[in-house]
Design a protein. Structure first.
Length: 180
């Protein structure tokens, strides 16, 4: 079984800028910058043959390259924060791509999460009793809007996630071009 997800990688220059925001936030468990990505679909654990079937479906997806921009910070979990993340400016083309990928995952038998797609890059996580909503809200307010230039996403990837005691390690299994 392989734990997998589909994502758009974040370029090194953007990751460097996100690390600055990460440093300014009271994050209990910051993610390493090499793990920053925009998840399009979390697949969970799957056998190799099912991932191979999905791979063939993903190869059929054609979509334009995307111009994406990170524009702020957000929290999942409300008064008991579970994670803090960077948010993206709304982009209908990104939503269309994500919907096509979700359909491909559905057609190949993946039981995906059914939450509404909220484009984000997770910067850090909290255990249930770690996150202070007040301190986090104050830090986010002080940082304000993020002034990060847009970046071009010319591909998306099928990723493997290996869970380790010190955090997840992500490996690219396949790459799919955008802009064709």
């Amino acid at each position: 079984m392989i734990r997998a997800f589909i994502a758009i990688p974040i370029p090194e220059t953007i990751r460097s800028q996100l690390v600055v925001s990460q440093y300014l936030l009271p994050i209990a468990r910051p993610l390493p910058p090499e793990n920053f990505h925009l998840t399009l679909a979390f697949l969970g654990s799957a056998p190799e043959n099912q991932l191979e079937e999905l791979h063939f479906a993903l190869e059929q997806i054609t979509a334009p390259a995307l111009e994406l921009q990170i524009d702020g910070l957000g929290v999942f979990g409300g008064n008991k924060p579970r994670s803090v993340h960077a948010t993206f400016r709304p982009d209908p083309a990104l939503n269309r791509l994500q919907a096509r990928i979700a359909r491909a995952a559905d057609m190949t038998g993946f039981a995906r999460e059914t939450r509404r797609f909220t484009p984000h890059v997770t910067l850090g996580r909290f255990a249930p009793d770690e996150g202070s909503a007040g301190a986090l809200a104050q830090a986010i307010g002080q940082i304000g809007a993020l002034n990060i230039p847009p970046f071009r996403a010319d591909h998306f990837t099928l990723m493997r996630s290996i869970l380790r005691p010190d955090g997840a390690v992500h490996d690219e299994l396949a790459r799919y071009p955008l802009g064709g």
